[in-house]
Design a protein around this ligand. Sequence first.
Ligand code: UD1
Ligand code: CA
Length: 461
Amino acid sequence: MSHSPIAGIILAAGKGTRMKSENPKGLHAACGVPMAGLIGRALKEAGVERPIVVVGHRGDLLQEALGESFDFAWQHTQEGTGHAARMAAPLLKSCTGEVLITPGDTPLLQGSTLQALVEAHRASGASCTVATVVMHDATGYGRVIRGQDGAVEKIVEHKDASESERQVREINTGIFCFDVRLLLEVLPELSNKNKQSEYYLTDTVELINRKGGKVEAFVFSDPDEAMGVNDRWQLAEAEKALRRRILKRHALNGVSIIDPDTTYIGADVSIGIDTVIEPMTSLQGNTVVGAHCTIGPSSRVVNSTIGDSCTVLMSHLSGATMLEGSRCGPYANLRPGSVLGEKAKVGNFVEIKNASLGAGAAVSHLSYIGDGAVGERTNIGAGTIFCNYDGFGKHRTEIGDGVFVGSNSTLVAPVSIEDGAMIAAGSVVTSDVPENALAIGRGRQENKLEWAAQWRKKKQQ
Ligand code: UD1
Ligand code: CA
């Protein structure tokens, strides 16, 4: 997409009282991204290079979450949307062209819709275009008052509206496209002589009209895009709609989503074709899944990278990497720094942390592999534990290629087991094992012939 650059402002200084939260409203996330960040993305898609975010209540948190690609303006006292826009004005000084203004709490707003708004604005030659929605029940919203010719005369807030104005069902979404010069001219002229004693951004409409500018309305075809989130239930509803949009995008891109009602995919996850996402599965953060994989059922994958043709069955992955053809589960726990090599296999009740498995290595049952490396084709028997912690520090276990570790072995780190070695089942390995050696670290078995029979006989007398 290429658009001529345009400025953008997100008004996110409000407290969001009904969220009943210590965090600012714009920080609350839908599908893993703060609402203000989702709107920021939509603005960027519409051609805004660096959206300006007006922050106030706990603005430091929002600033930290949104990061470097945004500019910030502070509104220390919340004196209305017009006052908030005025706080951003100094950052618009060098702008010509247009500016988009959006609220900070409409997470379903899409870049393509903003782009259509800008195009309509440019086509009509208006000085201001307000995005509107027609509602059955418009209670609480600002009403759009149009003249005979359809042009917008003014916007009246519900609290300030007359009985006849309240009959109007076309409402202000709070999303605007302005000619920057004219906006900067009228912002200082706003007054707060109204029911809420606030400086209303909506009053710019009348001021622009008075200066001979034209104000148009752009009616959103999908009212959901302007859906404002005021409390956590509305946030849950918005997240649900956003989630379905994300699932549909993946489905149309060649990913099988077996059950959209129980599948949760974050906004930033990418998935290759012919991958199947089974029910009750959640893919989060910057997770990347390759093609031809099966993920789930009942799996949670966070910030992990999964190659092509992998299988994740009823498992948890966080900060893990799986290379092509590897598999894990059921009930595997791959913690940060886990790396499964090509075709490596991790079975049930296996926990891996900060450790790598070479190509074709297998840890099939009931093991803890922490802080170490396992070579290619090495087999780790059931119940093997890497004793990585001595109560003070963590130590590594290094295992070479083609090693066979017998079941129920305890490998006390730091320790290294060289290529081709074997560890007898049940060993406690405390010193290094040379190449191709057999290590036996347990009491030698002794068979006392007939002992059991004699003991029973004695007891039965
Ligand atoms: C606003 C509009 C109303 C519209 C409605 C749509 C005005 C005067 N009214 O009303 O016409 O129908 O949105 O949802 O614009 N904000 C600040 N600083 C402030 C006040 C608000 O940054 O001092 C931010 C809020 O964080 C929020 C946005 O501006 O993201 C809208 O503010 P809000 O108080 O929700 O406006 P409404 O009364 O709902
Ligand atoms: Ca609102």
